[in-house]
Design a binder for this molecule. Structure first.
Ligand code: UD1
Length: 430
C-alpha cells in the first residue's frame, strides 16, 4: 500500500492548480444515465472515485470516451469525457462496485426515473457516521416509487414505469438526497417541489447541467427547487466547477506553513465562510485574476472557533484540515461538528504529532502548541487523511502517512502540487 513521506518545516510558495470538484463530477457523471444522448463533461478530475464510478456506469451500459491524448504527468488540466447511455443494459448496481463509495448509490435516481426500476446495493464510503439513506428512500416514495430492501439491496419500482411529481420536504439538509430526488424528478410526470434542499454549489452545478439537458428547474441555489418533469432529456456539454474543498485544503496548508501561494482557478465565492475563518486566523487572502492568493508572513496563527454547517456555512469537509491548523495556534479554539456524528477520527492521529485536543461530545477543544513533531500516522477517511499531511508540513522531522488510498479518492496529485511549492513530500510505492 502506498505511503506519503514528508519532512516538515518548509514554507509553501508558488502556484497550485485547483482541479474540478470531485463532489460535482460524481453526480454529473451519474446524470448521464438520464439520457440516451452524449453528455460531455469538461474539467473532470483524475481521481480514484471517478475511475470507480466509470466502472459502475459501464456496468449499466454507459459508453465512456476520454477525449484527446491522455495527458502526461506534468499536465494538471482536467479531463474531457463523453458519457453515452444509449441503452441501459442493467439496472442493478452490485455490492462489489458500490460498497467502496457512497455516492455510487445515487444511480438509483436516474435508473428509476428512466427505466422504471432499479436494484442498488446499500452504500459504503467513508466511516464518518452511520450515514443512512432514509431521506433518499422517503423522497423517492413521495414520487410514487415502491421500495423494498432485499439482501442488502434497495429494490425500487415506479408503478406504470414512470415516477410522479410530488412535494418533498427533507427533515435535514442532505446533499445526496437532493441530488437523487432532483435527478429523479426531471423525468417524472408532473411537478416536484423540493423543500429544505441542499444549497451546496455542487447541487447547483448539477441542476445547471440538467437544465442544459432540457430539464425544467427553477430555484437553483435556493432551498426550494421546483422541477417540472419532461418526457425526455438530451445531451449537453457541461463544465465541472472548481473543487472548493481542495481549495480550502491548500489554503489551510499555506496558512499552516506560511508563505505565499496562488490557488489557480479557485473561486472564492464557493468557500467564503472558510476564507473568513482563515482571515481571522491571521492569513491574508486576496482574489486576483486567475485565482485566490493566500499569504501568511511572520505573524502567528490565531485561534478561531468554528461550527460546521450546510452551505453557505463552514463545510464539514474542511473541519479536519482546520483542526490541523488550530493545533499550531497561539491559543484555544473550539471546533464543533454538526453534520456527522463521528467525524473526529483524525484527533487520535493528530495527537501523535503532539497536538493537544480534547473532545467533548460534538466539540473538539484544541490548545495550540509551539511545535509539532513528525510521526507515523494512519489515514482514516478522505478529509482526515489530508489533515495529517497539513500537520506533517509544519511538524519538525519526518512524517509518514500510511493507507493513503483515501487521499487518492479525492485529491489529484497531492504530492506533486505541494512539492512544486517547496514542500519536501514524496509518495513511497508498495
Ligand atoms: C456529501 C458529500 C460529502 C460531505 C457531505 C456534507 C459527496 C460525494 N459527498 O455527502 O463530502 O461531507 O455531503 O456536506 O458529495 N442523512 C440522513 N439520512 C439520509 C441522508 C443523509 O440522516 O438519507 C444525514 C447524514 O447522516 C448526515 C447529514 O444527513 O448527518 C448530511 O449528509 P449528506 O448531505 O446527505 O451527505 P452526503 O450527500 O452523503
Amino acid at each position: 500500500m502506498d505511503r506519503i513521506r514528508l519532512v516538515g518545516g518548509n514554507e509553501l510558495n508558488g502556484e497550485i492548480p485547483i482541479s474540478g470538484a470531485k463532489n460535482a463530477a460524481l453526480p454529473l457523471m451519474i446524470a448521464s444515465l438520464l439520457t440516451d444522448e452524449p453528455l460531455v463533461l469538461v474539467n473532470v478530475p483524475r481521481l480514484a472515485d471517478v475511475k470507480q464510478l466509470e466502472r459502475i456506469l459501464e456496468n449499466h451500459g454507459v459508453d465512456i470516451a476520454v477525449h484527446g491524448r491522455r495527458r502526461g504527468d506534468t499536465d494538471m488540466g482536467g479531463q474531457r469525457i463523453t458519457f453515452t447511455a444509449s441503452d441501459i443494459v442493467d439496472t442493478t448496481a452490485p455490492y462489489e462496485l458500490v460498497s467502496t463509495m457512497r455516492a455510487s448509490f445515487w444511480v438509483i435516481g436516474p435508473l428509476l426515473a428512466r427505466e422504471g426500476n432499479a436494484r442498488v446495493s446499500l452504500p459504503g464510503g467513508c466511516a464518518i457516521g452511520t450515514r443512512p439513506v432514509d431521506f433518499y428512500l422517503d423522497g423517492l416514495r413521495q414520487l410514487s416509487a415502491e421500495i423494498d430492501i432485499d439482501g442488502g439491496y434497495v429494490v425500487a419500482r415506479a408503478p406504470g414505469g414512470r415516477l410522479k411529481g410530488a412535494n418533498v420536504r427533507f427533515p435535514k439538509v442532505s446533499v445526496g438526497a437532493t441530488h437523487v430526488v432532483m435527478m429523479a424528478a426531471t423525468l417524472a410526470e408532473g411537478t416536484t417541489i423540493i423543500e429544505n434542499a441542499a444549497r451546496e454549489p455542487e447541487v447547483s452545478n448539477l441542476a445547471e447541467c440538467l437544465v442544459a439537458m432540457g430539464a425544467k428547474i427553477t430555484g437553483i441555489g435556493t432551498e426550494r427547487l421546483v422541477i417540472e418533469g419532461v418526457d425526455k432529456l438530451n445531451g449537453a456539454i457541461h463544465e465541472v466547477l472548481p473543487d472548493r474543498i481542495e481549495t480550502g485544503t491548500y489554503a489551510m496548508a499555506a496558512a499552516m506553513t506560511g508563505g505565499n501561494v496562488l490557488l489557480r482557478n479557485a473561486r472564492p465565492d464557493l468557500l467564503q465562510s472558510a476564507l473568513d475563518v482563515l482571515s481571522r486566523a491571521g492569513s491574508d487572502i486576496t482574489s486576483e485574476e486567475g485565482g485566490l492568493r493566500i499569504r501568511r508572513n511572520g505573524n502567528g496563527i490565531l485561534p478561531v472557533d468554528v461550527e460546521t454547517d450546510p452551505f453557505p456555512g463552514f463545510p464539514t469537509d474542511l473541519q479536519a484540515q482546520f483542526m490541523a491548523l488550530m493545533t499550531r495556534s497561539n491559543g484555544v479554539s473550539a471546533i464543533k461538528e454538526t453534520i456527522f456524528e463521528n467525524r473526529f477520527m483524525h484527533v487520535a492521529e493528530l495527537a501523535r504529532f503532539g497536538a493537544k485536543i480534547h473532545v467533548d461530545g460534538q466539540t473538539a477543544h484544541v490548545t495550540g502548541v509551539p511545535e509539532l513533531k513528525g510521526a507515523q500516522v494512519m489515514a482514516t477517511d478522505l478529509r482526515a487523511s489530508v489533515s495529517l499531511v497539513i500537520a506533517g508540513l509544519a511538524a519538525k522531522g519526518e512524517t509518514v502517512v500510511n493507507r493513503i488510498y483515501h487521499l487518492d479518492r479525492g485529491f489529484e496529485r497531492l504530492e506533486d502540487k505541494l512539492s512544486r511549492c517547496g514542500a519536501e513530500i514524496e509518495r513511497i510505492a508498495g
